[in-house]
Write a protein that binds this ligand. Sequence first.
Ligand SMILES: *Cc1c(COP(=O)(O)O)cnc(C)c1O
Length: 381
Amino acid sequence: MAKMEFRDLKKQYQLHRQAIDEAMRVVIEETRFIGGPQVARLEERLAAFVGVKHCIACGNGTDALQLALMAWEIGARDAVFVPDFTFFSSGEVVPLVGGVPVFVDVDPCTFNIDCGSLERAVEFVIHHTTYRPRAVVAVDLFGQPAEYDKIREITERYDMYLLEDAAQSFGGSLNGDRTCSFGDISTTSFFPSKPLGCYGDGGAVFTDNDEWADKLRSLHVHGKGGDKYDNVRIGMNSRLDTLQAAVLLAKLDFLEEEIASCERVADRYTTLLGDAVQTPHILENRRSAWAQYTVCFKDRNERDRVIKSMNEAGVPSAVYYKKTMHKQEAFRDRQVEAVSCAVAESLSERCLSLPFHPYLEEEQIGLVCESILRGIADVRG
Ligand SMILES: *Cc1c(COP(=O)(O)O)cnc(C)c1O
């Protein structure tokens, strides 16, 4: 058996080599490395896939979030609510545009933003600070769409924008609607290990709003007006390379197939591990894009023993995320601490993400689960 990969991108390339090589060859021969026709073609296909009017491809998923906040002109005195359990980018972009992040606790089963905690945080900001609640960044963590019905009710009640960070959930859905369609603006990432990954950095912004779409198109190319030598605002240089667009066009053809395979792998893990650990809980009427398969142990000690047991068996694993957002040094003195984030705190001590990708074989799944169960047996005796 080959060395187990945490996410096997080599296997994917071997299977789809012809299509990917051909797509890249065309770009290299045409030499339109920036702004080639593949970029517009990709934007059209992604917008149609998601079911929104506009898609603007950009440099990466972090820039995509920043562009959204810039389009809304979020700045000083604006509070933006972000789940406490997520990748750093979801919150990093808020101080970057001059706003203040307010970290909110998450649900212990889905790991997504907890709407009760969100509401308490908004009330706190209104009554105890001089900041104005402006936006919520809802993250579809590990691939599962957040609870958009409830979140939308809160953003409407308090007149806030909803930004969907779908960096981990591209291809997932809720009540038949695809992720990247739930925010006033939604964003995703094409980082290689994401559900739809390119061969470098890449990202995209989605919206139905024509005015914001125009502004985003300007913002991501130096605040261009008529062209990039006519600059009407301060923007960024955040474009998706033509090569990356070509790779993504080729990969989009088999995304659905890969997600279906991920669902089969997830079912196998859940069958084998469900009695021993807390396995992922996907709510009704949802499809996860399965960026990660993340389990939770009783406590940190049990997790550490399991990691050791997995290491001994040559099985890779990763802790997403071992430090909660509000505890990051970068946010010290740069956040409003409005609510307790005890659930996020506890998850960060107990969670573990397992090797997971569409090409994981039954034998490998068996090896992963055996090493986990052995580690648990060591602790529980
Ligand atoms: C990966 C990720 C991002 C950032 O994407 P990059 O393309 O790496 O900049 C943002 N938010 C979440 C939740 C992510 O997982």
